[in-house]
Design a protein around this ligand. Structure first.
Ligand SMILES: NCc1[nH]cc(CCC(=O)O)c1CC(=O)O
Length: 323
């Protein structure tokens, strides 16, 4: 653990925000730190938490890409070493963490996926046989299901590394025709200008909670909870609750080919949630997709009902297809 900036003075008013050192985690954390200071006047100190996953690829392979990072931040919270942590919401397990609470869900970024292709190409313009890099089973399945004859290449690594794999990029070997990444991560890193097409949710539906952040603190820390509450965006919270309840009801994790995306639309009696979800076989041979609409206050029930509909239509069998 390294302290990046010393607190201005020994004051209880300084909030300690634990973050991973990766560029995306650091940028997201700094954005939340700035928002807290703007909304409350409290200074925020970033504390780097180094995890087994930052040191060794073997740890990532054995524990999953994100679980290892989330666990280290949560341990530091429970140990009182930090006061809050910022997570990419979509990387959180659906099970709640005892002793911790999601004190704020700030306004969401654009949740859609994005294509970064050579020569400015869009998905439809990529010739059959083009190599498209992505690691997420949800993206693999949906890209195959489009029937464009693309060759999906599994890739990993941080956003910079992935962008470097595209032919014609300034860095890296450039062995792929394109990669697919979350638009939100690219925007936060100032790389949205490299996007050649933002993928329409009708073609590729985003991951549950993509583009949203989760700000977590100890349940017992009433003062921090109150301060963080000022970052809350209730519409984002409702959308994400609907999406994540779909995922949890399907008993699927972040590595399942499950997509869910809720939007707020103006209905006749005020704002309404419009929720869409899909489960796609990893080989792209089949899938189920559905949608439903309801009041924001019923977000969880809406997610549960849509998942149950997809289960009735064969979601379990689709998720069991492994190659
Ligand atoms: N699993 C990695 C991850 N976690 C959050 C983001 C992007 C930012 C977000 O969705 O909030 C990414 C990269 C990606 O999927 O392209």
């Amino acid at each position: 653990m390294t302290t990046l900036s010393a607190p201005a003075e020994k004051s209880t008013a300084v909030l300690r925000l634990g973050t991973r050192a990766s560029a995306l985690a650091h940028t997201q954390s700094q954005g939340v730190a700035d928002a807290i200071t703007a909304a409350t006047g409290h200074p925020v100190e970033l504390v780097h938490i180094t995890t087994e996953g930052d040191r060794s690829q073997a740890a990532i392979a054995s524990m999953g890409t994100t679980g290892v990072f989330v666990t280290a931040l949560r341990d530091a919270l429970l140990a009182g070493e930090i006061d809050l942590a910022v997570h990419s919401y979509k990387d959180l397990p659906t099970a709640p963490a005892p002793g911790l609470i999601l004190a704020a869900v700030p306004p969401r970024e654009d949740p859609r996926d994005a294509l970064i292709a050579r020569d400015g190409l869009t998905l439809g313009e990529l010739p059959a046989g083009s190599k498209v890099g992505t690691g997420a089973p949800r993206r693999v399945a949906q890209l195959r299901a489009l029937g464009l004859g693309l060759e999906i290449v599994p890739i990993r690594g941080n956003v910079d590394t992935r962008l470097g794999r595209v032919a014609g990029s300034a860095t890296g070997p450039g062995d792929l025709d394109a990669v697919v990444l979350a638009r939100a991560g690219l925007s936060r890193l100032g790389r949205a200008g490299e996007i050649t097409e933002t993928l329409d949710p009708l073609q590729v539906l985003p991951a549950p909670a993509q583009g949203a952040l989760a700000v977590e603190c100890r349940t017992s820390d009433a003062r921090t909870r109150e301060l963080l509450g000022r970052l809350e965006d209730s519409r984002t919270r409702a959308c994400v609750l609907a999406e994540r309840t779909t995922l949890a009801t399907l008993e699927a994790g972040c590595s399942a080919p499950v997509a869910a995306y809720a939007e707020v639309a103006e209905g006749e009696d005020g704002p309404e949630l419009f929720l869409r979800a899909s489960v796609t076989a990893i080989d792209g041979s089949d899938g189920v997709r559905g949608s439903s609409t309801g009041p924001l206050a019923d977000a969880a029930a809406l997610g549960r009902a849509l998942a149950e509909e997809l289960l009735d239509r064969g979601a379990v069998e689709l998720m069991a297809i492994t190659s």
